[in-house]
Design a protein around this ligand. Structure first.
Ligand SMILES: Cc1cc2nc3c(=O)[nH]c(=O)nc-3n(C[C@H](O)[C@H](O)[C@H](O)COP(=O)(O)O)c2cc1C
Length: 199
């Protein structure tokens, strides 16, 4: 097996961008074998104690409507009046239908008393980066969405997860729409992020 060069790896990492659902081709499906490979790559993330603290709920085709309906319902039921926004409610209903696939990514609390929750959250974050980089390599756009309602009991009940588990994000996946200008992003110069300690 030949490994990708550092140059290729750097190019992949820097090419990944958040691609919004509105910029995906909703009509072009993503095959189950490809989705399975992306999720399997996610599971190769580092995880303390090999607790594999993750589970992936994949919504496609007609199931997206159920997700959209329930996101809207739970947003309406759980958002305090002072924070409620019509545009957010609309997005909850629209976004799942704009992408061909949405993966509700759950941190499954497997570590018991031995592994802190924080470390299982860190592990699933690594897993989701694996997933999004793999998606990028396959030519797919990806978008990590984390509306606060994911942490409500209403959403957990609907998804069928335990109170100690946490849905850390909805990852939208889809082929970028024709003619999309790949988004740009910025990072601060790396020198500002490093303190070298030599002696
Ligand atoms: C934990 C996490 C949660 C995120 N949640 C949201 C979100 O709810 N809405 C959103 O627009 N972007 C969300 N993002 C995506 C970031 O906004 C995005 O990564 C950032 O703007 C940098 O752009 P890039 O991904 O193209 O480099 C999230 C990213 C992470 C890591």
């Amino acid at each position: 097996m030949s490994l990708p060069s550092l140059t290729d790896t750097t190019a992949l990492i820097r090419h990944r961008r958040s691609i919004k659902p509105v910029d995906m081709d909703a009509a072009r499906p993503v095959d189950a074998p490809l989705l399975t490979e992306l999720i399997e790559n996610a599971t190769w993330a580092p995880n303390h104690g090999l607790t594999e603290p993750w589970h992936f709920h994949v919504f496609s085709e007609a199931a997206r409507q159920g997700l959209a309906d329930n996101l809207r319902r739970i947003y309406q039921q759980t958002t305090p009046a002072s924070e409620f926004r019509e545009d957010k409610l609309k997005k909850m209903g629209d976004n799942p239908l704009l992408a061909p696939v949405i993966i509700a990514c759950v941190m499954q609390r497997n570590g018991g008393a031995k592994i802190p929750e924080q470390e299982e959250l860190e592990a699933i974050s690594c897993a989701l980066q694996n997933l999004m980089l793999s998606a990028t390599a396959a030519g797919l756009g990806s978008f990590w969405s984390s509306p606060p309602l994911l942490d409500t009991a209403e959403f957990q009940t609907w998804l069928g997860i335990r109170p100690e588990d946490r849905c850390v994000g909805l990852i939208y996946l889809g082929w970028p729409r024709t003619g999309l200008n790949w988004p740009r992003s910025v990072r601060q110069p790396v020198e500002t992020k490093i303190s070298w300690h030599h002696d």
